[in-house]
Design a protein around this ligand. Structure first.
Ligand code: GLU
Length: 471
């Protein structure tokens, strides 16, 4: 196996799945390879007057579709191998959920906590300038988004820098997604990944045959969940799962983990951490673990790693009690750990599908930016008027009248948020069953990750052949 290489792990998963496809070896090699790896360095002046050199990357893994798409990771730990792995995962992720993009990823090697906001802005703008200079950004070329360590604020700096360097470019705002609503962002993007993860888990737990095999009842209600990471993805996943009726029994963060078999209130824990800088002293926790890893090993039905890669490894997989691992993070389970877990009957909902809600709504944001109009703007009122006419006619014909509340519910036209959430839910539900169907259909495919890779490889291969660049 590929000890210490995340990209190597992704390639191992790819190679395993490739056996179940019928594509020529050369085509598979082309799909697997990272097409463009741009590694660069640039200087910034710190607030104290000193100059510092920043390491950064943008990797475009596959150009079978344009633009390429993927977040920018701001982390001290970021390295070329990691950015390549994450870019490759973006290619497969987009293919699985039918988002018409190639995969990409960026990385800026900094500890964000060590810089002032002004310095972060300077770094982000300079990073964007470097991308523009080499044609590594643009609405039709490569479209970044948030990832670990970055958010709406950073995306707005990128959009502004790109527009400044491309004055008058009509579609400039489509150069990056995950922007604030006030700067051409889209409703629902912030919570999209977490919402998608919760829907993925709900879908998985709705299949009677699979739940029987795991010894679990069907449905998410009452199921015990441990979430690792209270960042944007982990927080929203926990929040939506709780809304669906799951019990969040454990939460893990860098400083440690907390557990309560009767459930933890996610909002309360989140607010507590914001105020105290740690979850460990949360008063309603029954157990506390200074070693965050111990939190993953507590009793639960579903484990949601929503932090970083390599969290479930050959060393701790034996101690994991969950029956389902939902990979909200990218690459949280190593190949060895994954085969041990599925080998003993567990289900892994693979990252490339599980966390695809983010890029799905990024796609909607990009469409909104290109069309220069918010979803629902043209038809919301029309729909309401048409519904009202229908309700009035039915009431007249039947003599039955609706209550004011029922009437409002029936008549209401869809808002942008409702349309985004509907598109997201449909994408996640359809893709889950598509992957599961591949797993059921192809002999030898034993887990959802292999099935997801098979589906993704087939779709990318078809694009390459349709591009006519393949003999
Ligand atoms: N960084 C996110 C991911 O890994 C979002 C990417 C995007 O929206 O383009 O999927």
């Amino acid at each position: 196996m590929n000890e210490n290489s995340f990209f190597g792990d992704v390639c191992s998963f790819f190679d395993h799945a490739a056996q179940f496809t019928k594509h020529p070896a050369g085509l598979l090699d082309q799909i697997k390879a990272c097409n463009s790896v741009y590694r660069f360095r640039f200087p910034i002046r710190r607030n104290n007057g000193s100059v510092e050199v920043i390491d950064a990357w943008r990797v475009e893994h596959s150009h079978h579709m344009s633009p390429t798409k993927g977040g920018i990771r701001y982390s001290e730990m970021v390295n070329e191998d990691e950015v390549m792995a994450l870019a490759a995962l973006m290619t497969y992720k987009c293919a699985i959920v039918n988002v018409p993009f190639g995969g990409a990823k960026g990385g800026i090697k900094i500890n964000t906590k060590a810089y002032s906001i002004a310095e972060l802005e300077n770094i982000t703008r300079r990073f964007t300038v470097e991308l523009v200079k080499k044609n590594f950004i643009g609405p039709a070329i490569d479209v970044p988004a948030p990832d670990y360590g970055s958010g709406e604020r950073e995306m707005s700096w990128i959009a502004d820098t790109y527009y400044t360097m491309n004055p008058g470019a009509l579609d400039a705002m489509g150069c990056v997604t995950g922007k604030p609503i006030a700067l051409h962002g889209i409703q629902g993007r912030r919570e999209a990944t977490g919402r998608g993860v919760a829907i993925a888990i709900r879908e998985c737990m709705s299949v009677t045959e699979d739940m029987e095999r795991l010894g679990l009842s069907v449905g998410i209600s009452g199921k015990r969940v441990i979430v690792q990471g209270l960042g944007n993805v982990g927080y929203h996943t926990a929040k939506f799962l709780a809304e669906m009726g799951a019990v969040i029994v454990g939460l893990c963060e860098v400083e440690g983990a907390i557990y309560n078999e009767s459930g933890l209130d996610v909002e309360e824990v989140f607010a507590f951490r914001k105020e105290n800088g740690s979850i460990l002293d949360f008063p309603k926790a029954k157990q506390r673990f200074k070693d965050s890893g111990e939190g993953l090993e507590q009793d639960c039905d579903v484990l949601v790693p929503a932090a970083l890669e390599n969290q479930i490894t050959a060393d701790n997989v034996g101690a994991i009690k969950a029956r389902i691992i939902a990979e909200a993070a990218n690459g949280p389970t190593t190949p060895e750990a994954a085969s041990a877990f599925t080998g003993r009957g567990g289900i892994i909902i693979p990252d490339m599908y599980c966390n695809a809600g983010g890029v799905t709504v990024s796609y909607f944001e990009w469409l909104k930016n290109l069309s220069h109009v918010a979803f629902g703007r043209m038809d919301k009122r029309y729909e309401e008027n048409a519904n009202l006419t229908l309700v009035n006619m039915v009431e007249q014909m039947t003599g039955v009248s609706l209550t004011q509340e029922q009437r409002t519910q029936v008549v209401k036209g869809a808002s942008e948020l409702e349309l985004v959430n509907s598109g997201l839910e449909d994408t996640m539900v359809r893709s889950y069953h598509e992957i599961r169907e591949i797993k059921q259909r192809i002999e030898g495919v034993k887990d959802l990750r292999t099935a997801a890779f098979v589906g993704a490889i087939d779709k990318v291969a078809v694009s390459y052949m349709n591009l006519g660049i393949w003999p």
